[in-house]
Design a protein around this ligand. Structure first.
Ligand SMILES: [Zn+2]
Ligand SMILES: [Zn+2]
Length: 271
């Protein structure tokens, strides 16, 4: 009887998860004209990016006035100014309009959006988002390593992103057209390869944008992702900050296993 009850509990919790995701999915698909519009991907991407940058921009302005917050800054000696932030916003908006929009428009035309009625299961979403992140991490690691090892590639495509030795949230997408396109391609191809549900795909894009912004935020907060993932498996903000500071290590954007395996891993400097 005990096991039977456990099983019933398990089944009902499964269907509750399902109901919760179905509720969310119904809410999203109710806005079908927006989701199916050719403008949706670029609006989604830009809005998510700016929204995730916003709390860090606020933190940058607050912590210059409140010394208590300064202890969370990885490089407390350097703070971004408005004059540094504005060109990043302009470049990002420009790239979304002249680059990301034409690409996503072509994609929209070539592969029309299909919205299934049924939402995916929560375990399936979690597993697939995890796999998409691991794949993206590996693809960017190889791309990144190559662009540091081949001087021509570095100078032509990746140097722009290294303009800021001390990063802040808005430097996340401060990069060349080729780099932005490659990253967009890596992010977009994984859910297609795994045949993910559109909801899973959206969640992966959001998580990916959030993690890339957190990487460049310049803050090591108590709830930062690398503090939530055990055994130092996740590098996050301190890991990528060190890459911008020292250039020659920490090529993987999120996890640490590829850098450990390739001998390019550097531990956080203490301060
Ligand atoms: Zn780099
Ligand atoms: Zn970076």
């Amino acid at each position: 009887l005990f096991f039977h009850n456990c099983w019933l509990n398990f089944v009902s919790s499964q269907s509750q998860d399902r109901l919760c995701l179905q509720f969310l999915w119904d809410f999203i698909t109710a806005k079908e004209p927006l989701i199916k519009s050719p403008y949706f991907p670029v609006l989604f991407s830009f809005t998510a990016y700016m929204t995730f940058c916003l709390p860090y921009i606020a933190l940058d302005f607050l912590s210059t006035r409140l010394p208590n917050l300064r202890k969370y800054k990885i490089q407390p000696q350097s703070y971004p100014t408005l004059g540094m932030m504005v060109p990043c916003i302009i470049q990002s908006a420009y790239h979304h309009v002249v680059l990301i929009f034409p690409v996503t428009f072509f994609h929209w035309y070539w592969r029309p959006v299909n919205l299934p009625v049924v939402a995916p299961e929560l375990p399936e979403v979690l597993l697939e988002v995890g796999i998409c992140l691991l794949l993206f991490d590996f693809e960017y690691f190889l791309w990144h390593l190559l662009h540091h090892r081949v001087p021509w590639l570095y100078k032509t495509f990746h140097k722009v992103h290294h303009k800021h030795v001390s990063t802040f949230a808005l430097t996340t997408q401060y990069s060349s057209v080729w780099e932005l396109l490659s990253l967009g391609f890596f992010a977009a191809i994984n859910p297609v390869l795994l045949r993910c549900h559109p909801l899973t795909e959206m969640i992966f894009f959001l998580v990916n944008i959030w993690l890339s912004v957190e990487d460049h935020s310049g803050y090591d907060l108590p709830w930062s992702t690398h503090r939530l993932v055990p055994f130092g498996l996740y590098g996050g903000a301190p890991h990528h900050d060190l890459h911008h500071l020292k250039f020659k290590s920490n090529y993987a954007p999120y996890f640490t296993h590829w850098d450990r395996l390739f001998g390019t891993f550097t531990e956080l400097h203490s301060h």
